[in-house]
Design a binder for this molecule. Structure first.
Ligand code: GDP
Ligand code: MG
Length: 176
């Protein structure tokens, strides 16, 4: 018997951060359990979703991707509207992307009521251990400063990816 999973409960999660840190790949890993080794250009497609049971309820987890606006830093209020959770992503092999986390947190604060949101910091690409330039401790300290949870992930292997989406979803449901 095939039961079509439908849910009216939708949680909107945004993924922000510098370009090339792996935002689109994280979303692809979560929603389609897939990985692409080339840069994934998101033209037209702005979100992907996956329906899961979370805290005993069927929830449509909708991950929203930027369509390259992050390169020009033109993410606006409209993008943030209606969101419940935000993933701020950097790449552990890029010092610059880590330094720019402050910019993204600032951008978030300027455009949304952050107290209504669940926020998570993610250091992605941990499968590239030899190329790592940002230590786990640095990520942890930055997250602690902003009082947000922190995880290191790999969209390539899938490590911690589902965990991050689930945590944000659970926190969002509590706030709803
Ligand atoms: P975005 O610009 O932040 O959306 O970045 P993309 O998702 O397009 O990824 C940029 C590049 O990084 C692509 O070549 C991906 O294959 C690669 N990439 C993304 N995530 C990972 C990861 O966890 N590990 C590795 N090794 N490469 C990754
Ligand atoms: Mg992208």
């Amino acid at each position: 018997e095939i039961i079509e999973q439908t849910s009216n409960l939708t949680v909107k999660i945004l993924i922000i951060g510098d370009s090339v840190v792996g935002k689109t790949c994280l979303l692809l890993r979560f929603s389609k359990n897939n990985f692409k080794s080339e840069t994934v250009y998101t033209i037209g497609v702005h979100f992907m979703d996956r329906t899961m049971e979370v805290s005993g309820q069927l929830v449509k987890i909708q991950g929203w991707d930027t369509a390259g606006q992050e390169r020009f830093r033109t993410i606006t209020r409209a993008f943030y509207r209606g969101s419940h959770g935000v993933m701020i992503v950097y790449d552990v092999t890029s010092r610059k992307s880590f330094e720019n986390v402050e910019y993204w947190i600032q951008n978030l604060k300027e455009n949304t009521a952050v107290s209504d949101l669940s926020i998570l910091l993610m250091g992605n690409k941990i499968d590239l251990e030899e190329e790592r330039v940002v230590s786990t401790e640095e990520g942890e300290n930055l997250a602690k400063q902003h009082n947000i949870p922190f995880f290191e992930t790999s969209a390539k292997t899938g490590e911690n990816v589902e965990k991050c989406f689930l945590l944000l979803t659970e926190q969002s449901l509590k706030k709803k």
